[in-house]
Every structure is written in structure tokens, then in C-alpha cells.
Design a protein around this ligand. Sequence first.
Ligand SMILES: Cc1cc2nc3c(=O)[nH]c(=O)nc-3n(C[C@H](O)[C@H](O)[C@H](O)COP(=O)(O)O)c2cc1C
Length: 392
Amino acid sequence: MNVVNIEDLRRLARKRLPKAIFEFVDGGALDEVTLRANRSDFERVRFHPRVFTDVSQISLATTILGQPAQVPLIMAPVGLCGMVRRKAEVIAARTAASAGMPFCLSMMAASSIEEVCAGAASQPQRATPSGAPWFQLYLLKDRAMNRVLLQRARAAGAKVLVLTVDTKTQGPRERDIRNGFTVPPRITMRSAFDAVRCWRWVRDVALGPTVTFANLKDLNSGGKDVVTITQFIADKYDLGYDWEALEWCKSEWQGPVAVKGILSPVDAKLAVQHGASGIIVSNHGGRQLDGAISSIAALPAIVDAVGSDAEVILDGGVRRGVDIVKALCLGARACMAGRPFVYALAALGEEGMQRAIAIFKAEIEKAVMLVGCNSVQALQRGYLQGLDRLRC
Ligand SMILES: Cc1cc2nc3c(=O)[nH]c(=O)nc-3n(C[C@H](O)[C@H](O)[C@H](O)COP(=O)(O)O)c2cc1C
């Protein structure tokens, strides 16, 4: 199959993965209204390109939360990414580091912080001076467990902490219920046909070591025996925290903390007041509250609310370079993308990850040029029209 864009990688991933795994990645909450809006709302804003501008040299380089990046894009944290390919997180972090693109490791990943950071640091060209991935945390009732994870991430070299705050309960995902989705994936009579179709995945993942939450295994968490993510969230996640928890994270981490899962300008301002250096505008890729505003629609008001007090990152629905350029015009510093890279890893492993990064880079470069600008850092709202159409 000729891979030209991210949708091609998605189609290939669909062919190569068992249905239950593909749908776990691809799906969203309830009627998937927010999942679809994350994409369709990008179409509501259009470019207003300028001409007679010098675009002979285009720069995609920037800094994100103090870390240099060759492209204004970050791989979003994806729990259990290792379900689509063995050691997917290690492959992703290594490939991202060599392309100069930051990678964020989920606390719920299937590979440990230490192996992922070691893999990324071995690359000659690095996203950050240390080549280190970012680390994403959920707050647990047992704050001592969080402290151990933060210490491990820092010791491994991570510089940026992402605190995800939109997951106090898991979003209701009906595709997973219908498919009888389990962690680790189980081959049942029902999925036997799929197993034959997906022999590569069976050989690589199903017959490999058990897929589990690698960072939680050694903590007193029962991580090894976790059967479902829902059960883990219900048992361990802290549902009672308030803004002081952000201050706690900030003082434990002693580096930039970005809060992920903000959709309201009021919360964005409060997060900055309580120590956030970054605001990640996100609805968890439409996987949590169905009916929530799309990320791109939430972006302008949040950029206006925080001003220059924090960097704003757009997360959700990014599938094209033009999406990233629109978000940057609206004031985002960078974008995060989750599923595109998971599709790429499932479809073609390291090669898929390289292709996905190359596709995004090429599309951003062309869009910046055609808009009449020469640097991602110089994009601004004047290149767009239709901002009022983003209002819900
Ligand atoms: C399979 C899957 C697992 C995810 N796991 C996490 C996670 O562990 N932590 C987190 O903060 N976000 C998680 N997310 C959300 C992503 O970080 C990101 O917000 C979302 O994928 C963005 O939407 P996009 O897929 O349209 O780019 C997950 C998303 C997917 C698809």
C-alpha cells in the first residue's frame, strides 16, 4: 500500500490489528460527537494567504517549554501503546528523538520510563539536550506512588511533566464494551478469526511478554495483575484533588509542568496561577466527555486568557500539517497528536513512525510556505479567517 498521508497509515493499522485493539485506539466516548468535532471544527477556519512574501527559507524549528524542537509537534501520551506493537513506546521515543520531535510517555505505558529514556538518549540527534521524553502523570490516591514515578522520570532524564486532569473516571467507550476489550489482550473463540488475519500482530504482541502497565508493576499497586484500565482507575485514581495538587506536582518536579485536559479559559488561568508553565488544550481525543467542545474551538479563548504567562499546546484531531498551522496561527506554541503515531506504529513500526513524522513535516512546510510565511514562529491570526465560526 502506498502511504501518502496519515489516513493511509490508519487504514493499514486497521488491516494489521485485531478489531478490538484497533477500535480501542480509534474510538471515542459514547456517540463520538467530540471525536468527530475535533476533526470537523478544523474546517471551520480557513486560511487567508499572503503573497509577495519571501518563502525561500522555511523554518519549522521552535522551542516548547524550554526544550528545542525541530517541528512544532509532540507525540501525545498513549497508555498501553505496546498493545499495537511490542515495545512501541521505545520505538516511538527513539524515532521521535532522532527527528528532533518531543515524545511524551504515558504513566500507563507498556514500556518502563527507564527503557524508553535510555532508547531515546541513544539517538545522535535529539529532541531535547538530554534526548529525554516528557513524562505524563495521573494523580493517584497514594501520593507516595506518584512521588516514586516522578523521581524515576527525573532520574531517567525527563525534563517536562504533563499532568493529565480530564480522567477522574474513564470515558464510556461502547466500542470496547461490544468488543469485550481486555488488558492484556486475550485470544478467545470470538477473536480466533481475527488472530489468523492478524498473524503478524499475534507473533509480535500476543505471543510476546504479557502487555501490562510497566511503570506500575514494581509499585505496591497490583499493576501486574491489572485486568482492566477501568478497574485500575476506579481503585487508584484520586478523585478528590484540587488546585493544590498542581502546586504539589510543581514542587516535586521542579521543572516545567504542563496541564493536559483544559478546555475552559477560567481553568487555564487558574492552572497558570497554581504553577503551570504549559496548558494542553485537550478533550483526550474525544475519549472522555462526549459532547465536550472540540480542542480547536476551545483554543482561541484559552490563548487570550493566558497571554504570555504560559505556552499553549493544542491536542486532538490533528491529522494534517494544515491543522497544525491553523492551531499555530491561533496562538498555540505546538500541537500534540496521539492516534496518528499509534496507527503508524501498528502499521509499519519504526518505518511507520518515520513516515508519519516526515508526512507531518512536509505538510507543515508546504502550508507555511503557501500561507505566505517563512517560519512557524511567525504565524499569526491574520493568516486566518472564520474565527467567529469556531464559537459554539
Ligand atoms: C489509545 C489511547 C490511549 C491514550 N492514553 C492516554 C494516557 O495514558 N494519558 C493521557 O494523558 N492521554 C492519553 N490518551 C489521549 C492522548 O494523549 C491525546 O490526548 C489524544 O490521542 C489526542 O487526540 P488524537 O488522537 O486525535 O491526536 C490516549 C489516547 C489514545 C488514542
